[in-house]
Design a protein around this ligand. Structure first.
Ligand code: FES
Ligand code: FES
Length: 192
């Protein structure tokens, strides 16, 4: 008796070469052609600052910038952004110096447990890039797709408003010699 031909229910995706600029570094990886950007960034590129919250487009934790525009990486196919410039939360700081938004999220209480912070920081950075003097209403509209279980949201609005002021005044977030600007204050460098 001959066996009937079976059609697999879940055909395997082939692999494809995927290249992008992630936080100003060129990366090239062999990935399944149906890979989701969030999985590629966390599991293949190693940018673990991109958080997996709901995995279904409702929490904003996984937001990244694609060519400067915020996108939910859990709802983006990696193939769609092949060749593009991707910025994750790791790409916002300037070396050891926090970006103004990162600094104000710490000083104004916009980050508490911190799980939601990468998504808020990414979305807020896109807002301030276009408008560094937003009203509270504009800030709230910008972050309406981001959920936070800790802060009650007002400290996040305050943090974003304060970062806008730093950007307008053209100041650095902190004095570079201030130990708060160094995320590894115990590390004294090679000649210690
Ligand atoms: S993990 Fe993408 S929106 Fe929640
Ligand atoms: S700081 Fe904990 S979820 Fe926002």
């Amino acid at each position: 008796m001959t066996k009937p031909n079976r059609i697999p229910m879940l055909p395997q995706a082939g692999n494809r070469q995927w290249s992008a600029s992630v936080n100003e570094k060129s990366v090239s990886k062999s990935i399944p052609s149906d890979a989701v950007l969030l999985d590629v960034l966390r599991d293949r590129v190693g940018t673990l600052g991109v958080k997996r919250g709901c995995d279904m487009g409702t929490c904003g934790c996984c937001a990244v910038l694609v060519d400067g525009e915020p996108r939910l990486s859990c709802l983006t196919m990696a193939a769609e952004v092949d060749g593009k410039k991707i910025t994750t939360v790791e790409g916002l700081a300037d070396g050891h110096h926090l970006a103004p938004l990162q600094e104000t999220f710490t000083t104004y209480g916009g980050s508490q447990c911190g799980f939601c912070s990468p998504g808020f920081l990414i979305v807020a950075s896109a807002l301030l890039e276009k408008n560094n003097d937003p009203t509270d209403e504009e800030i709230k509209n910008a972050v309406e797709g981001n959920l936070c279980r800790c802060t009650g949201y007002q400290p996040i609005v305050d943090s974003i408003r304060a970062a806008g002021k730093i950007l307008r005044d053209g100041k650095e977030a902190t004095n570079p010699t201030d130990p708060h600007s160094n995320p590894h204050p115990g590390f004294k460098g090679d000649d210690s």
